[in-house]
Design a protein around this ligand. Sequence first.
Ligand code: HEM
Length: 367
Amino acid sequence: MRLIGILSAALLVLTLSLAGTGVANAQDTAAQPAPEEAAPGSSGSVPGGVLGNTSDSEFWRKIRQGAQGNVSIPDKKAGVLIQSEGESWRALRNGPLSTYGIWAMLGMVILLALFFALRGRIKIEHGPSGQLIERFNIIERIGHWLTAISFIILALTGLNLLYGRYFLPQVIGKDAFATITEAGKWAHDWVAFAFMAGLVIIFVLWVVHNIPNRHDLIWLAKGGGLFTKGSHPPSRKFNAGQKLIFWITILGGASLSLSGWVLLDPFQYAMFAKTFQFLNVFGFGLPTELTPLQEQQLAQLWHSAISLFMIAVILAHIYIGSIGMEGAFAAMGSGKVDLNWAKEHHNLWVEEVEAAATNEAAKAPAE
Ligand code: HEM
């Protein structure tokens, strides 16, 4: 093994020098005494005299710093013997990224629990009227649940890839963990396409309702009336809080899809170098010479960071769409909500729907 190691190092010395990368200082190497001339054990000589290669601290330092050599195999990345960014990537992924991710999700759960304890379930203030109004048609609900169910599967399988190995093998055993992780990785790769399809559907259906307007500022200034009983700032189909959720889903989802695509089809794209080039126009001073491996590392870090942020946000969305607010779930369940709920939370939308219905009735020919 040791012999093979020394042989490979010797070959690399040769290729680096020939390639003229400036890595191996050819003159320096040539200036070294021939191996047989070097005193055994003297500084710079390789013990054993195998092939007589000479060691050179500058040379090894360059290798340690990730210098690119030449290889004759198709995978040119193999010309880098030591890729130090890999170590930084690993440290970031398993360190701050994982830690802040836990805090973001746990912090959100604690906030929601506190909110529930203080505010309780937000009730329909005037009580259910018994009259229903259609809020989302079947296509809208299919779009929502396609996005939602796929996101939940992606979140669970993704979280397993990031955190599972710290506790699951101890709980369910190594074999079971290996099986579910393998299946989870497969599901993660394929369910991603359902998520992308869901994103396209909800974007097309809802983008017109999510363009910001002046009511959003009032809604935000009043905290959406969420913290005060009896406060119901005016809103059309979606209020400012929902618009935030929509844009986080669409933009975050698009970014997740792009970075996920890079992870599925590795070493083919230079998205970060191009994005950094664009950002540098605004004076960011980001590196634009990135190796294919660095592109992959950045894609992985970005993919995880955005998904952890989105999971934290979506936890709040799931809370308010289910236990947090009386009457909300029906909107995405049956598609119909109680009229009083609609008037309290989306009064301007109710007026629009009623006006449209009156217009339709007026246009319809008399029987
Ligand atoms: C069990 C999980 C979920 C539940 C119970 C749920 C519930 C709901 C409900 C009730 C609405 C309609 C609100 C209204 O009538 O005004 C809604 C809308 C929406 N949902 Fe979900 N949802 C879930 C998961 C998700 C996920 C995972 C995503 C995206 C990744 C998502 C994205 C959206 C978006 C963009 C809207 C429109 C904007 C909004 O109302 O906030 N939902 N959801």
